[in-house]
Design a protein around this ligand. Sequence first.
Ligand SMILES: Cc1cc2nc3c(=O)[nH]c(=O)nc-3n(C[C@H](O)[C@H](O)[C@H](O)COP(=O)(O)OP(=O)(O)OC[C@H]3O[C@@H](n4cnc5c(N)ncnc54)[C@H](O)[C@@H]3O)c2cc1C
Length: 402
Amino acid sequence: MSSDSISSNSVLHTLYDVIVIGAGASGLMCSATAGYQGKRVLVIDHAPKAAAKIRISGGGKCNFTNLDVSSNNFICQNPHFVKSALSRYPSSAFIELVERHGLDYEQRDLGKLFCAERASDLIQILRTECDWAGVEVTVKCTVEQVDYNNQQYQLQTTQGDLTASKLVIATGALSFPKLKASGYGYQIAKQFGLNIIPTSPGLVPLVFDGKWQERIASLSGLALDVKVSCETHSFEEAILFTHNGLSGPGILQVSNYWQVGKPIQIDLLPGLVVVEELQRLKKSGDSLVKWLNQFWPKRFTQTWLEVFPMENQLSNITDEVLLDYADKIQNWVLHPSDTAGYDKAEVTLGGVDTNEVSSKTFEAKKQPGLYFIGEVLDVTGHLGGYNFQWAWASGVACGLAV
Ligand SMILES: Cc1cc2nc3c(=O)[nH]c(=O)nc-3n(C[C@H](O)[C@H](O)[C@H](O)COP(=O)(O)OP(=O)(O)OC[C@H]3O[C@@H](n4cnc5c(N)ncnc54)[C@H](O)[C@@H]3O)c2cc1C
Protein backbone atom coordinates (compact mmCIF):
# COMPACT_ATOMS: atom_id res chain seq x y z
CA MET A 1 0.00 0.00 0.00
CA SER A 2 1.43 3.38 -0.95
CA SER A 3 1.74 6.24 1.52
CA ASP A 4 -0.50 9.15 0.70
CA SER A 5 -1.56 12.61 1.64
CA ILE A 6 -4.87 14.13 0.80
CA SER A 7 -3.49 17.42 -0.38
CA SER A 8 -4.96 17.93 -3.85
CA ASN A 9 -7.89 20.27 -4.18
CA SER A 10 -10.93 19.47 -6.24
CA VAL A 11 -13.10 22.01 -8.05
CA LEU A 12 -15.57 23.52 -5.62
CA HIS A 13 -19.24 23.49 -6.50
CA THR A 14 -21.23 25.93 -4.47
CA LEU A 15 -24.22 23.83 -3.44
CA TYR A 16 -23.91 20.66 -1.37
CA ASP A 17 -26.16 18.44 0.70
CA VAL A 18 -23.49 18.22 3.39
CA ILE A 19 -20.40 20.28 4.16
CA VAL A 20 -18.02 18.80 6.72
CA ILE A 21 -15.49 21.20 8.28
CA GLY A 22 -12.39 19.23 9.29
CA ALA A 23 -10.83 16.48 7.16
CA GLY A 24 -9.46 14.53 10.12
CA ALA A 25 -10.44 11.13 11.46
CA SER A 26 -14.10 11.79 12.20
CA GLY A 27 -14.67 14.17 9.27
CA LEU A 28 -13.36 11.76 6.62
CA MET A 29 -15.31 8.86 8.11
CA CYS A 30 -18.50 10.91 8.23
CA SER A 31 -18.00 12.22 4.68
CA ALA A 32 -17.50 8.77 3.17
CA THR A 33 -20.53 7.41 5.02
CA ALA A 34 -22.74 10.29 3.89
CA GLY A 35 -21.40 10.00 0.33
CA TYR A 36 -22.38 6.33 0.24
CA GLN A 37 -25.92 7.43 1.21
CA GLY A 38 -26.07 9.34 -2.07
CA LYS A 39 -25.40 12.77 -0.54
CA ARG A 40 -23.34 15.35 -2.32
CA VAL A 41 -20.57 15.94 0.21
CA LEU A 42 -17.71 18.42 0.51
CA VAL A 43 -15.12 18.14 3.28
CA ILE A 44 -12.86 21.14 3.82
CA ASP A 45 -9.78 21.65 5.95
CA HIS A 46 -7.63 24.69 6.60
CA ALA A 47 -4.45 22.62 6.89
CA PRO A 48 -2.21 21.90 3.89
CA LYS A 49 -2.81 18.16 4.31
CA ALA A 50 -5.75 16.29 5.76
CA ALA A 51 -5.62 13.86 8.67
CA ALA A 52 -2.35 15.21 10.11
CA LYS A 53 -2.98 13.63 13.51
CA ILE A 54 -3.48 10.17 12.05
CA ARG A 55 -0.12 10.48 10.31
CA ILE A 56 1.86 11.16 13.51
CA SER A 57 -0.26 9.16 15.94
CA GLY A 58 0.95 6.07 17.74
CA GLY A 59 4.58 6.90 16.97
CA GLY A 60 3.76 6.99 13.22
CA LYS A 61 1.86 3.68 13.33
CA CYS A 62 -1.52 4.92 14.59
CA ASN A 63 -3.17 2.97 17.39
CA PHE A 64 -6.41 3.02 15.39
CA THR A 65 -8.70 1.06 17.70
CA ASN A 66 -8.86 -1.39 20.59
CA LEU A 67 -10.28 -4.91 20.78
CA ASP A 68 -12.07 -4.08 24.02
CA VAL A 69 -14.08 -0.85 23.88
CA SER A 70 -16.76 0.19 26.36
CA SER A 71 -18.16 3.43 27.74
CA ASN A 72 -15.81 2.95 30.74
CA ASN A 73 -12.92 3.91 28.46
CA PHE A 74 -14.32 7.43 27.99
CA ILE A 75 -14.59 10.59 30.05
CA CYS A 76 -17.71 12.65 29.44
CA GLN A 77 -20.04 14.58 31.73
CA ASN A 78 -22.82 12.30 30.48
CA PRO A 79 -21.25 8.81 30.70
CA HIS A 80 -24.11 7.25 28.69
CA PHE A 81 -23.68 9.55 25.69
CA VAL A 82 -21.06 7.42 23.91
CA LYS A 83 -22.94 4.12 24.17
CA SER A 84 -25.24 4.37 21.15
CA ALA A 85 -22.60 5.25 18.54
CA LEU A 86 -20.03 2.82 19.96
CA SER A 87 -22.50 -0.06 19.89
CA ARG A 88 -23.65 0.72 16.36
CA TYR A 89 -20.07 0.99 15.06
CA PRO A 90 -17.88 -1.23 17.28
CA SER A 91 -14.15 -1.72 16.79
CA SER A 92 -14.90 -4.96 14.88
CA ALA A 93 -16.60 -2.86 12.16
CA PHE A 94 -13.51 -0.70 11.71
CA ILE A 95 -11.26 -3.78 11.72
CA GLU A 96 -13.46 -5.28 9.01
CA LEU A 97 -13.04 -2.09 6.97
CA VAL A 98 -9.24 -2.02 7.18
CA GLU A 99 -9.00 -5.76 6.48
CA ARG A 100 -11.13 -5.26 3.37
CA HIS A 101 -8.50 -2.76 2.21
CA GLY A 102 -5.69 -5.20 2.98
CA LEU A 103 -4.11 -3.19 5.82
CA ASP A 104 -1.40 -5.05 7.72
CA TYR A 105 -1.84 -4.40 11.42
CA GLU A 106 -0.49 -5.72 14.69
CA GLN A 107 -1.93 -6.25 18.16
CA ARG A 108 -0.01 -4.91 21.14
CA ASP A 109 -0.65 -5.05 24.89
CA LEU A 110 -4.11 -4.37 26.30
CA GLY A 111 -5.88 -4.98 22.97
CA LYS A 112 -4.32 -2.03 21.11
CA LEU A 113 -4.24 -2.34 17.29
CA PHE A 114 -1.57 -0.48 15.27
CA CYS A 115 -0.71 -0.27 11.57
CA ALA A 116 2.13 -2.72 10.92
CA GLU A 117 3.93 -0.35 8.54
CA ARG A 118 2.85 3.29 8.71
CA ALA A 119 -0.15 5.38 9.70
CA SER A 120 -0.38 6.88 6.23
CA ASP A 121 -1.70 3.50 5.03
CA LEU A 122 -4.80 4.25 7.07
CA ILE A 123 -5.12 7.71 5.53
CA GLN A 124 -4.97 6.06 2.11
CA ILE A 125 -7.90 3.83 3.14
CA LEU A 126 -9.98 6.82 4.20
CA ARG A 127 -9.07 8.63 1.02
CA THR A 128 -10.12 5.66 -1.10
CA GLU A 129 -13.41 5.42 0.80
CA CYS A 130 -14.04 9.12 0.16
CA ASP A 131 -13.21 8.70 -3.54
CA TRP A 132 -15.50 5.71 -3.90
CA ALA A 133 -18.27 7.62 -2.12
CA GLY A 134 -17.86 10.62 -4.44
CA VAL A 135 -16.76 13.01 -1.69
CA GLU A 136 -14.92 16.21 -2.64
CA VAL A 137 -11.95 16.98 -0.40
CA THR A 138 -10.49 20.47 -0.24
CA VAL A 139 -7.55 21.58 1.88
CA LYS A 140 -6.02 25.01 2.58
CA CYS A 141 -9.57 26.34 2.84
CA THR A 142 -10.41 28.66 5.71
CA VAL A 143 -13.98 29.40 6.70
CA GLU A 144 -14.44 33.12 7.36
CA GLN A 145 -18.12 33.19 8.21
CA VAL A 146 -21.05 30.85 8.69
CA ASP A 147 -24.67 32.02 8.42
CA TYR A 148 -27.94 30.13 8.63
CA ASN A 149 -30.76 31.44 6.40
CA ASN A 150 -33.78 29.67 4.91
CA GLN A 151 -32.67 26.32 6.38
CA GLN A 152 -29.36 26.55 4.55
CA TYR A 153 -25.83 27.04 5.88
CA GLN A 154 -23.94 29.66 3.92
CA LEU A 155 -20.17 29.62 4.29
CA GLN A 156 -17.81 32.35 3.18
CA THR A 157 -14.42 30.72 2.68
CA THR A 158 -11.05 31.64 1.23
CA GLN A 159 -12.05 29.47 -1.73
CA GLY A 160 -15.44 31.01 -2.37
CA ASP A 161 -19.00 30.91 -1.05
CA LEU A 162 -20.56 27.53 -0.30
CA THR A 163 -24.05 26.42 0.67
CA ALA A 164 -25.38 23.23 2.24
CA SER A 165 -28.47 22.15 4.14
CA LYS A 166 -26.35 20.18 6.62
CA LEU A 167 -23.14 21.37 8.29
CA VAL A 168 -20.93 18.96 10.23
CA ILE A 169 -18.28 20.32 12.61
CA ALA A 170 -15.38 17.84 12.79
CA THR A 171 -12.62 20.28 13.63
CA GLY A 172 -11.17 18.32 16.55
CA ALA A 173 -9.82 20.19 19.55
CA LEU A 174 -6.92 22.23 20.89
CA SER A 175 -4.13 19.67 21.31
CA PHE A 176 -1.08 19.88 19.07
CA PRO A 177 -1.62 23.37 17.60
CA LYS A 178 1.42 22.87 15.37
CA LEU A 179 -0.77 20.45 13.37
CA LYS A 180 -3.34 23.23 12.85
CA ALA A 181 -5.56 22.13 15.72
CA SER A 182 -8.01 24.90 16.54
CA GLY A 183 -10.88 25.90 18.77
CA TYR A 184 -13.00 26.77 15.74
CA GLY A 185 -15.59 24.13 16.60
CA TYR A 186 -16.22 25.80 19.95
CA GLN A 187 -16.60 29.16 18.18
CA ILE A 188 -19.33 27.73 15.91
CA ALA A 189 -21.00 26.04 18.88
CA LYS A 190 -21.08 29.38 20.74
CA GLN A 191 -22.37 31.19 17.66
CA PHE A 192 -25.42 28.90 17.71
CA GLY A 193 -25.88 29.15 21.48
CA LEU A 194 -24.51 25.75 22.54
CA ASN A 195 -22.83 25.27 25.91
CA ILE A 196 -19.12 24.40 26.12
CA ILE A 197 -17.65 22.34 28.96
CA PRO A 198 -14.36 24.05 29.96
CA THR A 199 -11.38 22.49 28.20
CA SER A 200 -7.97 21.34 29.44
CA PRO A 201 -5.09 19.25 28.06
CA GLY A 202 -5.53 15.45 28.35
CA LEU A 203 -3.25 12.44 27.81
CA VAL A 204 -0.40 14.80 28.61
CA PRO A 205 2.94 14.60 30.48
CA LEU A 206 3.03 16.07 33.99
CA VAL A 207 5.73 18.57 34.98
CA PHE A 208 7.32 19.37 38.34
CA ASP A 209 9.17 22.28 39.88
CA GLY A 210 11.88 22.72 42.50
CA LYS A 211 13.79 19.74 43.84
CA TRP A 212 11.50 17.17 42.23
CA GLN A 213 12.09 18.67 38.79
CA GLU A 214 15.85 18.24 39.31
CA ARG A 215 15.56 14.70 40.68
CA ILE A 216 13.26 13.55 37.90
CA ALA A 217 15.46 15.20 35.26
CA SER A 218 18.48 13.34 36.64
CA LEU A 219 16.62 10.08 35.87
CA SER A 220 15.70 11.17 32.33
CA GLY A 221 15.31 8.21 29.96
CA LEU A 222 14.41 5.64 32.64
CA ALA A 223 11.13 3.74 32.40
CA LEU A 224 9.40 1.75 35.16
CA ASP A 225 6.37 -0.55 35.13
CA VAL A 226 4.18 0.79 37.92
CA LYS A 227 0.61 1.40 39.00
CA VAL A 228 -0.16 5.11 38.96
CA SER A 229 -3.28 6.58 40.54
CA CYS A 230 -5.12 9.84 40.91
CA GLU A 231 -7.93 9.67 43.43
CA THR A 232 -9.94 6.55 42.52
CA HIS A 233 -8.50 6.10 39.01
CA SER A 234 -5.56 3.68 38.65
CA PHE A 235 -3.59 2.48 35.64
CA GLU A 236 -0.97 -0.26 35.66
CA GLU A 237 1.28 0.90 32.83
CA ALA A 238 4.82 2.19 32.31
CA ILE A 239 6.00 5.65 33.31
CA LEU A 240 8.92 7.48 31.75
CA PHE A 241 11.26 10.02 33.39
CA THR A 242 12.02 12.99 31.13
CA HIS A 243 14.10 16.14 31.42
CA ASN A 244 11.11 18.14 32.64
CA GLY A 245 8.74 15.68 34.24
CA LEU A 246 6.97 12.36 33.96
CA SER A 247 5.48 10.86 30.82
CA GLY A 248 4.75 7.36 29.45
CA PRO A 249 1.37 5.63 29.15
CA GLY A 250 0.68 5.43 32.90
CA ILE A 251 1.17 9.17 33.37
CA LEU A 252 -0.79 10.11 30.23
CA GLN A 253 -3.71 7.99 31.44
CA VAL A 254 -3.77 9.50 34.91
CA SER A 255 -3.35 13.04 33.56
CA ASN A 256 -6.97 12.86 32.35
CA TYR A 257 -8.05 12.86 36.00
CA TRP A 258 -5.41 15.18 37.46
CA GLN A 259 -5.93 18.85 38.28
CA VAL A 260 -3.52 21.45 39.67
CA GLY A 261 -3.13 20.93 43.41
CA LYS A 262 -3.99 17.21 43.38
CA PRO A 263 -1.32 14.58 44.18
CA ILE A 264 -0.67 11.39 42.21
CA GLN A 265 0.32 8.10 43.84
CA ILE A 266 2.72 5.56 42.38
CA ASP A 267 3.00 1.93 43.42
CA LEU A 268 6.56 1.17 42.36
CA LEU A 269 6.18 -2.60 42.79
CA PRO A 270 2.60 -3.43 41.76
CA GLY A 271 1.58 -7.02 42.26
CA LEU A 272 3.85 -7.50 45.30
CA VAL A 273 2.95 -7.23 48.99
CA VAL A 274 6.12 -5.31 49.76
CA VAL A 275 5.80 -5.42 53.55
CA GLU A 276 5.85 -9.23 53.41
CA GLU A 277 8.87 -9.16 51.12
CA LEU A 278 10.69 -6.83 53.54
CA GLN A 279 9.88 -9.14 56.45
CA ARG A 280 11.37 -12.01 54.45
CA LEU A 281 14.53 -9.92 53.87
CA LYS A 282 14.63 -9.11 57.58
CA LYS A 283 14.69 -12.83 58.40
CA SER A 284 17.15 -13.85 55.68
CA GLY A 285 19.46 -10.88 56.21
CA ASP A 286 19.64 -10.25 52.42
CA SER A 287 20.44 -6.78 51.09
CA LEU A 288 17.54 -4.41 50.41
CA VAL A 289 19.48 -2.68 47.62
CA LYS A 290 20.17 -5.97 45.86
CA TRP A 291 16.51 -6.90 46.15
CA LEU A 292 15.30 -3.54 44.76
CA ASN A 293 17.79 -3.77 41.89
CA GLN A 294 16.00 -6.91 40.69
CA PHE A 295 13.05 -4.69 39.79
CA TRP A 296 14.45 -1.20 39.25
CA PRO A 297 17.34 0.20 37.19
CA LYS A 298 20.31 0.75 39.57
CA ARG A 299 20.24 4.49 38.84
CA PHE A 300 16.67 4.69 40.08
CA THR A 301 17.37 2.66 43.25
CA GLN A 302 20.29 4.95 44.09
CA THR A 303 18.28 8.17 43.65
CA TRP A 304 15.30 6.70 45.46
CA LEU A 305 17.41 5.79 48.50
CA GLU A 306 18.97 9.26 48.53
CA VAL A 307 15.48 10.77 48.77
CA PHE A 308 14.06 8.11 51.10
CA PRO A 309 17.01 6.73 53.11
CA MET A 310 16.50 3.08 54.14
CA GLU A 311 18.77 0.63 55.92
CA ASN A 312 20.29 -1.95 53.59
CA GLN A 313 20.22 -4.66 56.28
CA LEU A 314 16.76 -4.99 57.80
CA SER A 315 17.58 -7.43 60.66
CA ASN A 316 17.29 -4.78 63.36
CA ILE A 317 14.48 -2.78 61.80
CA THR A 318 11.15 -2.68 63.64
CA ASP A 319 7.94 -3.81 61.95
CA GLU A 320 6.66 -0.27 62.21
CA VAL A 321 9.59 1.05 60.17
CA LEU A 322 9.22 -1.80 57.68
CA LEU A 323 5.61 -0.73 57.18
CA ASP A 324 6.79 2.80 56.54
CA TYR A 325 9.37 1.58 53.97
CA ALA A 326 6.70 -0.49 52.22
CA ASP A 327 4.31 2.45 52.17
CA LYS A 328 6.92 4.69 50.57
CA ILE A 329 7.53 2.09 47.84
CA GLN A 330 3.90 1.28 47.17
CA ASN A 331 2.36 4.68 47.77
CA TRP A 332 4.87 7.22 46.51
CA VAL A 333 3.00 10.54 46.63
CA LEU A 334 4.05 13.16 44.08
CA HIS A 335 2.80 16.70 43.52
CA PRO A 336 3.05 17.71 39.84
CA SER A 337 3.08 21.47 39.35
CA ASP A 338 1.25 21.44 36.01
CA THR A 339 0.66 19.55 32.78
CA ALA A 340 2.95 20.06 29.79
CA GLY A 341 0.04 21.88 28.07
CA TYR A 342 -1.76 21.61 24.75
CA ASP A 343 1.54 21.54 22.81
CA LYS A 344 2.26 18.06 24.20
CA ALA A 345 -1.27 16.80 24.90
CA GLU A 346 -2.72 14.04 22.73
CA VAL A 347 -6.29 15.12 23.43
CA THR A 348 -8.45 17.85 24.92
CA LEU A 349 -10.77 17.27 27.85
CA GLY A 350 -14.12 19.07 27.76
CA GLY A 351 -15.66 20.59 24.64
CA VAL A 352 -19.17 20.91 23.22
CA ASP A 353 -21.62 19.82 25.93
CA THR A 354 -23.06 16.44 24.92
CA ASN A 355 -26.42 17.44 26.42
CA GLU A 356 -26.71 19.82 23.47
CA VAL A 357 -26.39 17.04 20.87
CA SER A 358 -28.34 13.88 19.97
CA SER A 359 -26.32 10.75 20.83
CA LYS A 360 -27.90 8.99 17.82
CA THR A 361 -27.47 11.58 15.04
CA PHE A 362 -25.05 14.12 16.59
CA GLU A 363 -27.36 16.93 15.50
CA ALA A 364 -27.54 19.94 17.77
CA LYS A 365 -30.86 19.85 19.62
CA LYS A 366 -31.46 23.59 19.27
CA GLN A 367 -30.03 24.12 15.77
CA PRO A 368 -31.41 21.97 12.91
CA GLY A 369 -28.87 20.70 10.38
CA LEU A 370 -25.81 21.44 12.55
CA TYR A 371 -23.79 18.42 13.74
CA PHE A 372 -20.74 17.94 15.99
CA ILE A 373 -18.57 14.81 15.90
CA GLY A 374 -15.22 13.53 17.19
CA GLU A 375 -13.02 15.30 19.68
CA VAL A 376 -14.75 18.70 19.48
CA LEU A 377 -17.37 17.12 21.75
CA ASP A 378 -16.90 16.67 25.49
CA VAL A 379 -15.76 13.07 24.94
CA THR A 380 -12.21 11.94 25.75
CA GLY A 381 -10.96 8.39 25.48
CA HIS A 382 -8.31 6.67 27.52
CA LEU A 383 -4.99 5.92 25.84
CA GLY A 384 -5.24 2.77 23.70
CA GLY A 385 -6.97 3.58 20.41
CA TYR A 386 -10.19 4.76 22.05
CA ASN A 387 -10.03 8.32 20.70
CA PHE A 388 -9.85 7.13 17.12
CA GLN A 389 -12.61 4.59 17.74
CA TRP A 390 -14.76 7.50 18.97
CA ALA A 391 -13.90 9.47 15.81
CA TRP A 392 -14.89 6.51 13.57
CA ALA A 393 -18.09 5.69 15.49
CA SER A 394 -19.37 9.27 15.82
CA GLY A 395 -18.43 9.93 12.17
CA VAL A 396 -20.39 6.93 10.91
CA ALA A 397 -23.46 7.65 13.09
CA CYS A 398 -23.56 11.23 11.83
CA GLY A 399 -22.84 10.24 8.21
CA LEU A 400 -25.86 7.93 8.27
CA ALA A 401 -28.07 10.66 9.75
CA VAL A 402 -27.26 13.73 7.64
C1 LIG B 1 0.58 13.14 19.03
C2 LIG B 1 -0.79 12.49 19.04
C3 LIG B 1 -0.88 11.11 19.02
C4 LIG B 1 -2.14 10.49 19.08
N1 LIG B 1 -2.19 9.12 19.02
C5 LIG B 1 -3.40 8.52 19.07
C6 LIG B 1 -3.49 7.10 18.94
O1 LIG B 1 -2.49 6.41 18.66
N2 LIG B 1 -4.73 6.53 19.09
C7 LIG B 1 -5.87 7.28 19.31
O2 LIG B 1 -6.95 6.71 19.43
N3 LIG B 1 -5.80 8.63 19.38
C8 LIG B 1 -4.61 9.25 19.25
N4 LIG B 1 -4.55 10.62 19.29
C9 LIG B 1 -5.82 11.38 19.40
C10 LIG B 1 -6.51 11.44 18.01
O3 LIG B 1 -5.57 11.91 17.06
C11 LIG B 1 -7.71 12.38 18.05
O4 LIG B 1 -8.54 12.07 19.12
C12 LIG B 1 -8.51 12.28 16.75
O5 LIG B 1 -7.69 12.63 15.65
C13 LIG B 1 -9.72 13.19 16.80
O6 LIG B 1 -10.38 13.11 15.57
P1 LIG B 1 -11.21 14.37 15.05
O7 LIG B 1 -11.70 14.02 13.70
O8 LIG B 1 -12.17 14.82 16.06
O9 LIG B 1 -10.12 15.55 14.94
P2 LIG B 1 -8.79 15.60 14.08
O10 LIG B 1 -8.38 14.27 13.61
O11 LIG B 1 -7.85 16.42 14.88
O12 LIG B 1 -9.23 16.42 12.78
C14 LIG B 1 -9.65 17.76 12.86
C15 LIG B 1 -9.38 18.40 11.51
O13 LIG B 1 -10.00 19.68 11.50
C16 LIG B 1 -9.13 20.61 10.90
N5 LIG B 1 -9.49 21.93 11.37
C17 LIG B 1 -9.32 22.43 12.62
N6 LIG B 1 -9.78 23.69 12.65
C18 LIG B 1 -10.25 23.99 11.41
C19 LIG B 1 -10.82 25.14 10.82
N7 LIG B 1 -11.01 26.27 11.51
N8 LIG B 1 -11.17 25.08 9.51
C20 LIG B 1 -10.97 23.97 8.77
N9 LIG B 1 -10.41 22.84 9.29
C21 LIG B 1 -10.07 22.86 10.59
C22 LIG B 1 -7.74 20.14 11.31
O14 LIG B 1 -6.76 20.64 10.42
C23 LIG B 1 -7.89 18.63 11.26
O15 LIG B 1 -7.53 18.10 10.00
C24 LIG B 1 -3.31 11.27 19.18
C25 LIG B 1 -3.21 12.66 19.17
C26 LIG B 1 -1.98 13.27 19.09
C27 LIG B 1 -1.90 14.78 19.08
